[in-house]
Design a binder for this molecule. Structure first.
Ligand SMILES: *[C@@H]1O[C@H](CO)[C@@H](O)[C@H](O)[C@H]1NC(C)=O
Ligand SMILES: *[C@@H]1O[C@H](CO)[C@@H](O)[C@H](O)[C@H]1NC(C)=O
Ligand SMILES: *[C@@H]1O[C@H](CO)[C@@H](O)[C@H](O)[C@H]1NC(C)=O
Length: 470
């Protein structure tokens, strides 16, 4: 045997430990909150009840779409809100835990702007790269101009996938969960996808973290932890990182190990974002024929984290081609196991850009004597009405919040001009506000009435009003 000893030992250990690791991975993830499985390697993690038999899985899955062999063991968590970069990093990225953010894309200008007509009129002459609908890596169609693509994409067997043009980026809002210099400064690439659906990707990995943002259409995303890499025959594929298994009809006679795979399933609808962890196998399917648009944002995980916590040397990439010595699948599994091991010690992101002091902001009370005054709804009087300050109401008095053009507004009323805490002024304002749908009432009236004693308020209600409707 001419294997260098450490490698031999390494492979041997992996063979021994991998099955345990896989079962633990599943049970532990599946039992969030339960205390029966405290460590990835505890006994209780290995118990695997109510499982399907191999025969049952074969019947369900042979020559059927990938994932038919068993129901998903994990439905990807869906959050109805966006989260901070710190929370995203600590709870999902550092743990390689997929997640869906519902509706997060609906605020993007792209969501409403990117019609075929708009894209044609704006970027029609730009050239984009194409792929085939069934992700045939061997027969990639030539790139073409967008207007050509748009005139035929409903018919032809191709879809568009290329970098988001610099000009198009102004229509994309960087999701909050990435807005941290420790994340976004590592941006690597962004992809724009467009098709009419009926597409199915291969089962593949990307070496970057990925937020797949669905602008139009919807997709099913199946994800498989790298601990199952060898069950996807990762070492036998023609291109490393792209499984040769046909995900539309999985041949379980040829690839029986697929039945050992547990997978995560996410249904990602229009406006949603799904996080696909780095190195995770995934398949993206848009079954229905429906206009599909997506943007994928890829970034590199924080390198300091990758160096954090362990002495163990990571991937030994030099030997990848020699499958006898080095198994790509085992290296991926080892990598994922390492990520899971150190995830608890991942350092908190600082996101210094977000750590502004109160003193970095301006407050209304900071206004200087001659600073421009604002109306109640925040607009600048000068900008909105072209008024100079001392033209307001013909006096030098601060303008009030009520409709300036309404001569009945309380600001013009004598009792209010004298003292706007005067009970006559309050009564006048009450009547005015019963009569006019004036935003000033919403802004000012509560202030005027604040801290009135109820006796005083009763008095105001009883008193003679100086307000006359017409
Ligand atoms: C594309 O090029 C053609 C011919 O040069 C021109 O007429 C058309 O306006 C261009 N379209 C866009 C969107 O720039
Ligand atoms: C795109 O715009 C060109 C004019 O620039 C027009 O001739 C063509 O029909 C348009 N294509 C589509 C698919 O709308
Ligand atoms: C993960 O932790 C377990 C238990 O501490 C250890 O046996 C295993 O070797 C670690 N795996 C890696 C890849 O560091």
């Amino acid at each position: 045997m001419d294997f260098p000893r450490p490698i031999w030992l390494y492979s041997f250990l992996l063979i021994l430990t991998l099955p345990n690791l896989i079962l633990c991975h599943d049970r532990c993830n599946n039992q969030a909150g339960s205390n029966s499985c405290t460590s990835q390697h505890s006994e209780s993690c290995n118990a695997n009840k109510n499982d399907l038999t191999t025969d049952e899985m074969f019947k369900r899955g042979h020559m059927k779409p990938f994932g038919s062999h068993r129901p998903p063991d994990f439905i990807v968590e869906e959050l109805p809100y966006m989260i901070s970069p710190q929370d995203f990093y600590m709870n999902y990225v550092a743990k390689h835990k997929p997640v869906v953010f519902k509706g997060a894309v609906k605020y993007w200008p792209a969501y409403t702007k990117w019609t075929d007509e708009y894209l044609n009129a704006t970027y029609g002459n730009e050239t984009f790269n194409m792929e085939t609908r069934d992700d045939d890596k061997w027969n990639i169609p030539p790139s073409m101009k967008l207007h050509e693509f748009l005139s035929q994409y409903t018919l032809a067997n191709r879809y568009l996938v290329d970098e988001v043009l610099p000009d198009m980026r102004k229509d994309v809002i960087l999701p909050l969960c990435l807005r941290c210099e420790e994340m976004s400064s590592y941006f690597f690439v962004s992809y724009f996808w467009m098709s009419t659906g009926g597409t199915s990707s291969s089962i593949h990995i990307d070496t970057d973290e990925n937020l797949l943002c669905i602008i139009h259409g919807h997709k099913a995303v199946l994800m498989v932890s790298p601990v199952y890499s060898t069950f996807l025959y990762s070492d036998e594929s023609r291109v490393l990182g792209v499984s040769d298994i046909d995900p539309k009809a999985v041949d379980l006679e040829k690839y029986p190990d697929v039945m050992k795979i547990r997978y995560h399933s996410a249904m990602v609808e229009e406006g949603d974002i799904v996080y696909i962890p780095q190195m995770w196998w995934h398949q993206v399917i848009s079954r229905q024929v429906l206009r599909q648009q997506a943007v994928a944002l890829w970034w590199k995980s924080k390198p300091t984290f990758k160096e954090h916590g362990r002495q163990a040397s990571l991937l030994q990439l030099e030997g990848l081609h020699d499958k006898g010595k080095y198994s790509f699948g085992n290296i991926l599994a080892q990598y994922e196991s390492w990520v899971q091991n150190v995830s608890d010690t991942a350092p908190m992101l600082e996101c210094k850009d977000q750590q502004k002091f109160m003193s970095d902001y301006q407050f209304e009370t900071d206004r200087e004597e001659n600073a421009p005054q604002t109306l109640g709804d925040g607009g600048h009087l000068e900008e909105e009405f072209g008024l100079k300050f001392d033209e307001v109401g013909g006096t030098n008095k601060r303008p009030c919040n009520f409709d300036y053009n309404n001569e009945k507004n309380p600001c013009q009323h004598p009792s209010c001009l004298e003292d706007d805490t005067d009970t006559r002024c309050i009564r006048y304002t009450l009547d005015y506000c019963m009569h006019y749908d004036d935003r000033g009432c919403v802004v000012t009236l509560p202030h005027m009435m604040n801290k009135l004693a109820s006796a005083e308020y009763n008095e105001i209600q009883q008193m003679h009003t100086e307000f006359q409707a017409n």
